[in-house]
Design a binder for this molecule. Structure first.
Ligand code: 8OZ
Length: 382
């Protein structure tokens, strides 16, 4: 089984594309980026609309990981999409992006065991597939980076409520004006933690064989597709990443099964982190083409891509879309810069990544000081 490779022009990466119902002005995607700048009620913060609107020339913006419920929070100041105020806040963001001609979906997550008692109601333990603490840290306001808490295993009777939370948050996202939703199925958060035998030691219908470990992700994806339409839904996976202390004995068999289970839903896209997130792309042998061959929607790749790698991936047909994370922090006009092969801005210090205000968020310079992101900026330079 191989994905039919298409013949594409050398400029295809800068030309319009479609992923399900999502219309993209080009094939360059802003990856979801956690910036920890939400307001006290976990609505997007005061600079969020400007930040995303500055980046509206991306073919698609995937807004930062956003909680489906209060229980889903695992870090300080990450936004939610489950209250009226949060939906109103996101409306300002989606309107600002749409006004600039952009397309924007939101990444929805439940952090699962990558959380801390201080984010949970009454200081309770966070939840995971099993009561195994992740060897990773989170950021707690006032305390800085701290070890995540030991989770409690979700009771079987709680699982329908988790699925419902995802479905409801998807409906809320559409109400907020998003063009669609990406499910965060990566990096050791709840859905990924259920998938893997290193983190899921359950003995019920959601643990044990691959079919059972994949059940939660597939049921959540189905509920979300029912809520908003599969053609507006994407899923992110990170098959061999150890982010969030994620590990599995047989990732190839696991993810082949996961993609075979997702494909019949008719999703808009799959978003795959290749290798170690933010690190070695070849950390472990893995046949990504075996996954893409099992999927009929748009195939989005991520992790350490540069201009030439993105062009090669798209022109060869190995990928339909390429997402960029950190380059989009530093370059609001990344698409124009890549299109013109112009130099990229350097990132400001790490202290501006997670938390803070406008500095390091909305104050990166553009090539053209009057930059207004439009499709014609890009096509004019072809
Ligand atoms: C960096 C810091 C906090 C969260 C992920 C949402 O790993 C994140 C994240 C990244 O997907």
């Amino acid at each position: 089984m191989t994905r039919p490779h298409q013949t594409r022009s050398a400029r295809a990466v800068f030309e319009p594309a479609q992923a399900g119902a999502l219309k993209l002005a080009n094939r360059i995607v802003m990856a979801p980026l956690t910036r920890n700048r939400a307001a006290e009620d976990l609505s997007p913060g005061p600079f969020a609309a400007e930040y995303y609107a500055q980046r509206a020339s991306a073919g698609l913006i995937i807004a930062e990981a956003t909680q489906v419920s209060a229980q889903a929070q695992g870090y300080a100041n990450t936004p939610g999409c489950y209250t009226d105020a949060q939906v109103q806040g996101w409306k300002k963001v989606t309107e600002a992006v749409h006004e600039k001609g952009g397309t924007i979906v939101v990444q929805l997550w439940h952090t699962g065991r990558v959380s801390h008692t201080s984010f949970q109601k009454d200081g309770q333990a966070p939840v995971g597939p099993s009561a195994i603490r992740a060897r990773t840290k989170t950021f707690v306001a006032g305390e800085g980076f701290v070890d995540v808490s030991t989770p409690r295993a979700l009771d079987l009777r709680e699982i329908p409520g988790i699925i419902e939370d995802f479905g409801n948050a998807c409906s809320r996202a559409i109400e907020a004006g998003f063009d669609g939703v990406e499910l965060h199925g990566a990096h050791g958060y709840l859905l990924d933690a259920f998938l893997r035998d290193g983190t899921n030691h359950r003995t019920d219908a959601y643990g044990g064989p691959i079919e059972n470990r994949a059940r939660l992700l597939l049921e959540v994806a189905r509920a979300c597709a029912d809520a908003i339409g599969a053609e507006r839904l994407g899923v992110r996976l990170s098959p061999v990443s150890t982010a969030g202390d994620s590990h599995d004995s047989h990732p190839q068999a696991l993810f082949n099964h996961v993609v075979e289970g997702l494909n019949p839903l008719g999703l808009a896209y799959l978003h795959v982190v290749e290798g170690e997130t933010g690190g070695d792309r070849d950390s472990m042998a893995f046949d990504y083409e075996a996954l893409s061959a099992r999927f009929d929607g748009a195939w989005m790749v991520n992790n350490g891509y540069d201009r030439q790698m993105a062009i090669d991936a798209v022109v060869s047909g190995r990928a339909d879309l390429v997402s960029f994370g950190r380059p989009f922090i530093a370059n609001p006009d990344l698409v124009e810069r890549l299109s013109q092969n112009a130099p990229l801005n350097k990132l400001m210090g790490q202290e501006t990544f997670y938390g803070g205000g406008a500095h390091g968020y909305t104050d990166y310079p553009t090539l053209n000081p009057d930059h207004v992101a439009t499709r014609s900026d890009v096509t004019a330079s072809v």
